[in-house]
Design a protein around this ligand. Structure first.
Ligand SMILES: [Ca+2]
Length: 419
């Protein structure tokens, strides 16, 4: 189990060539230069952030004798460069990257996206263009993993699109550099729920995110700004690793676990992936629903749970779609955390185990019949989604028009040097 055959899109600052990723960066595109970004470019990471993230997902430890390997060392990486060398990006750049992922998901078998970035929540997720964009990917069958943000310990500091209910939002713990959980603690800067405005329970899960060693991009911005973070591998004359802290580092660990789950059980829908991850996460003695969510992700338990559900996962694909849209079907967020939630029944009194997702329709629409690629979102009134009431600028994405509040709106100003 290594994630072999699974395509993982890294929406970040790029991925630098590295011995630990040899032959597995299957495509690179760059949206940071203002062009269409549709053409392939050589792999590179002027920022240094995306390479670190990519290594946590899929590094194989070649340059460290296996000491610093990622979670899914056989997975293929798709480098979607949407963050500049200084760590900045815009809503429209991120959305352009996601659109490319949607259009090219079959070519590279992209099953999971890692987005270690976010912006402050300024509106309900139902009006938020980044949330809309990640939902399009989820509804297309792509699991989206997002960092919670580094704005803790302030309450309600989860960033968007981590604030979206369909993505898997990952907070960080400090594992104190040891394998035992006895000395673990919440990372103070890990963003906390409930989400601003909507009040949703987030993060969904946590993973280690403090002082994490992964791949170095020599000469990149982070490499130059934080020379004390360089870590040697087998060759001390050419240090191949780098130490960083943040929920940016926690999310790709979960993304790697998702790749393993999908290798084992390729039919899993994003909703099933999320259910298994949250259902098998280890509850923590510290933290709370709003700091650590369902708890610490357990790769072995999550992959095992996914495997056991193989028969269920073979059900028609509409089952997954219906699960994804559950909150809109029944008017409340689906809480995956505990199947005993709400007395073990859904809001209609139906036991969770008895819900036959494939029978669910919404306004007489069978989800299986919808092609999300060509779906005309402009005809949908979805939870009072009133794009027009906000002063967005148009971003055309196939049939979906997403409006951006101001042209060039910054999602993030740059990286912080957390420790
Ligand atoms: Ca520990």
């Amino acid at each position: 189990m290594s994630g072999r055959g699974i395509g993982v899109a890294i929406l970040d600052s790029g991925i630098a060539p590295h011995p630990d990723l040899a032959g597995r960066i299957v495509a690179s595109v760059d949206f940071t230069t203002g062009g269409s970004g549709a053409s392939l470019v050589p792999p590179a990471d002027p920022g240094g952030h995306g390479t670190h993230v990519a290594g946590l997902v899929a590094g194989d430890g070649t340059a460290s004798g296996g000491a610093y390997a990622g979670v899914a060392p056989g997975a293929n990486l798709v480098d979607v460069r949407v963050i500049t060398s200084t760590g900045a990006t815009t809503v429209s750049t991120l959305i352009a990257g996601m659109q490319w992922v949607l259009a090219n998901r079959s070519t590279y078998n992209i099953r999971v996206v890692n987005l270690s970035a976010g912006a402050p929540v300024t509106t309900s997720y139902s009006n938020d263009p980044l949330a809309a964009a990640v939902e399009v990917l989820v509804f297309a069958g792509i699991t989206v993993v997002v960092s919670a943000g580094n704005d803790g310990p302030k309450r309600s500091s989860i960033t968007t699109p981590g604030s979206d209910p369909y993505v898997i939002t990952v907070g960080a713990i400090d594992d104190n550099g040891t394998a035992t959980v006895a000395d673990d603690a919440i990372a103070s800067w890990s963003s906390q729920g409930p989400t601003a405005i909507d009040g949703l329970a987030k993060p969904d899960v946590v993973a280690p995110g403090r002082k994490i060693v992964s791949l170095r991009s020599p000469g990149s911005t982070l490499d130059q700004e934080l020379p004390d973070r360089v870590v040697a591998g087998l060759n001390p004359l050419a240090p191949a690793y780098f130490r960083l802290s943040g929920t940016s580092m926690a999310a790709p660990t979960v993304t790697g676990v998702v790749a393993l789950m999908l290798e084992r059980t390729p039919t899993l829908s994003p909703a099933q992936v999320k259910q298994h991850l949250m259902g098998t996460a280890a509850p923590l003695a510290y933290g709370s629903l709003y700091t650590t969510g369902s708890g610490l992700v357990s790769a072995v338990a999550a992959v095992s749970a996914a495997d056991q559900s193989a028969a269920a996962a073979a059900a028609p694909v509409s089952a997954g779609f219906a699960g994804d849209v559950y909150p809109f079907l029944f008017g409340q967020p689906l809480v995956w955390r505990d199947l005993g939630f709400n007395g073990g029944v859904d809001s209609n009194g139906v036991p969770w185990s008895g819900v036959n997702w494939s029978d669910i329709t919404w306004d007489s629409i069978t989800w299986a019949n919808i092609s999300w690629d060509s779906f005309n979102w402009s005809t949908v009134s979805w939870q009072d989604m009133t794009w027009e009431s906000i002063s967005w600028e148009d971003i055309t994405w196939d049939a979906l028009t997403i409006k951006e509040k101001t042209k060039g709106r910054k999602v993030r100003k740059g990286w912080e040097a957390l420790d």
